[in-house]
Design a protein around this ligand. Structure first.
Ligand code: IFM
Length: 473
């Protein structure tokens, strides 16, 4: 039986501003925390920065034509906050807004539905200098910025995503410090998580007041498929604790209007959470989500402290002397056996099934989208003819899309679209340009784009709605 997706299902690709745009100092753009972090020696691999990246700021039209040629029906991109408000507050820079307006116009002309992310980690440096996400005012500034972007683009963008992976912003940015701004205070990480939740809520209200009724507001969470290494009580408890810090710290207030009790108890020796003011949790879901974005790459396998051979404090997010898990620093992490991607992440599509069916059970009636899924592999153009044979990526995608389909058919999940990460090879944060997630290869010396075998395979899917067989199967 062919694996067929419903008509109207969105077939997208995804990117983020700092990872592809470059033009870091052009047209009035201000510095973001990632400019500062990546220009600080030792913070990114080889000192790589997003100064030029995939030069998308200058190649916007070519990149949209490329997508159109692949037949994709949707594109998820992010707006760079410091390109629009260089210091994170005050009047908008018209040239910054013009760039995104032109991008959206190009997409619509090619029949590609825009999905706009307001925040994919590039906090204006001036706001970090004023305290960053641990500081409450940043949430208010974010709501103002959301209003500015809605006023400029609200008439033509149907899908809005407030935040991308707030877990990374809070816990990698302020806990383990492997992401910008590189701070390492567990309480700041928790404060940041709360202010990101609040920022989502305030922004959703600002968007709702400005956007047409048909616009759909969501958030993209990297919810974690946490698995206990064994069925022992201690390992199951480790799973519960990581689930609280990875997932329920966001889905608690977003879906249910409150932080879970076990999260508060598990972090009580660090903080009394008095930074959560009366009314905050209600504000997070005053304008409830229209849909939930799920980003998934690999499962996370945990055990209680001292988990035996092969266990470590490394959860796959990058080495640091500081844990990104406040109050659960003792939990051990384990590698998934079997195949791994170039990030070292295990390949297990069933994690996507588990997440989609979990959120669909926890939030009945809430449509879901896979807002990121994909894999890094180092394949390059072959010397003969330049084709890029990324067979492992095709296998990865095939496996995950099969599980997505199963989640819809057997698991009852209402999934409306899939955004493949990523359209282009790009700046992979602390790993710089060493990791290639694109279905289109980028030669950074010449900025030549070469669609890989996975792009051709995905084009067949986007055009037909039927999962193509694996080559050679
Ligand atoms: O490149 C990132 C993206 O910015 C956020 N989600 C995970 C991707 C791969 O690490």
């Amino acid at each position: 039986m062919p694996v067929r997706f419903p008509p109207g299902f969105l077939w997208g690709t995804a990117t983020a501003a700092y990872q592809i745009e470059g033009a870091a100092r052009e047209d009035g753009r201000g510095p973001s925390v990632w400019d500062t972090f990546s220009r600080t020696p030792g913070r990114t691999r080889g000192g790589d920065t997003g100064d030029v990246a995939a030069d998308h700021y200058h190649r916007r039209a070519e990149d949209v034509r490329l997508m159109a040629g692949l037949g994709v029906t949707a594109y998820r991109f992010s707006v760079s906050w410091p390109r629009v408000q260089p210091t994170g507050r005050g009047p908008a820079v018209q040239k910054g807004l013009d760039f995104y307006r032109a991008l959206v116009d190009d997409l619509l002309e090619h029949g590609i539905t825009p999905a706009l992310t307001l925040y994919h980690w590039d906090l204006p440096q001036a706001l970090e200098d004023a305290g960053g996400w641990p500081h409450r005012d940043t949430a208010e500034r974010f709501a103002d910025y959301a209003g500015v972007v809605a006023d400029a683009l609200g008439d033509r963008v149907p899908y809005w995503i407030t935040l991308n992976e707030p877990w990374c912003s809070a816990f990698l940015g302020y806990g383990s410090g492997v992401h910008a701004p590189g701070r390492t205070d567990p309480v700041d990480a928790l404060r940041a998580a709360h202010h990101l939740n609040l920022a989502h809520g305030l922004a959703a209200t600002a968007l709702r007041a400005r956007l047409p009724a048909a616009a759909r507001i969501g958030i993209a969470l990297n919810t974690c498929a946490v698995r206990a290494r064994t069925g022992s009580g201690a390992d199951l408890d480790a799973r519960r604790r990581i689930d609280a810090l990875a997932n329920r710290v966001f889905t608690g207030p977003l879906l249910h209007g409150a932080y879970p009790d076990d999260l508060l108890a598990g972090t009580a020796r660090l903080t009394d959470w008095s930074f959560v003011r009366a009314g905050d949790e209600a504000a997070v879901r005053r304008d409830p989500l229209d849909w939930l974005g799920v980003n998934y790459y690999a499962p996370t396998i945990v055990s209680a402290a001292g988990g035996g051979p092969g266990s470590s404090a490394d959860d796959g997010h990058g080495a640091s002397d500081h844990s990104p898990w406040p109050g659960a620093e003792d939990v051990s992490f384990h590698q998934q056996p079997g195949e791994r991607t170039d990030m070292g992440w295990g390949v297990d599509p069933t994690g996507l099934y588990d997440l989609l069916t979990r959120w669909s059970r926890e939030a009945p009636g809430l449509p879901l989208m896979v807002t990121e899924n994909g894999a890094a592999y180092p394949d390059r153009p072959s010397p003969a003819g330049g084709a890029v044979h990324d067979a492992r990526r095709v296998r990865y995608l095939h496996g995950h899309l099969s599980e997505l389909h199963r989640a819809m058919t057997e698991g009852g999940a209402d999934v409306r679209g899939y955004f493949l990460w990523s359209l282009l090879d790009n700046f992979e944060w602390a790993y710089g340009y060493a990791k290639r997630f694109g279905i289109v290869h980028v030669d950074y010396a010449t900025q030549t784009r070469t669609p890989k075998a996975s792009a051709h395979w995905y084009a067949r899917l986007a055009r037909s709605g039927v999962l193509p067989d694996l080559p050679g199967a």
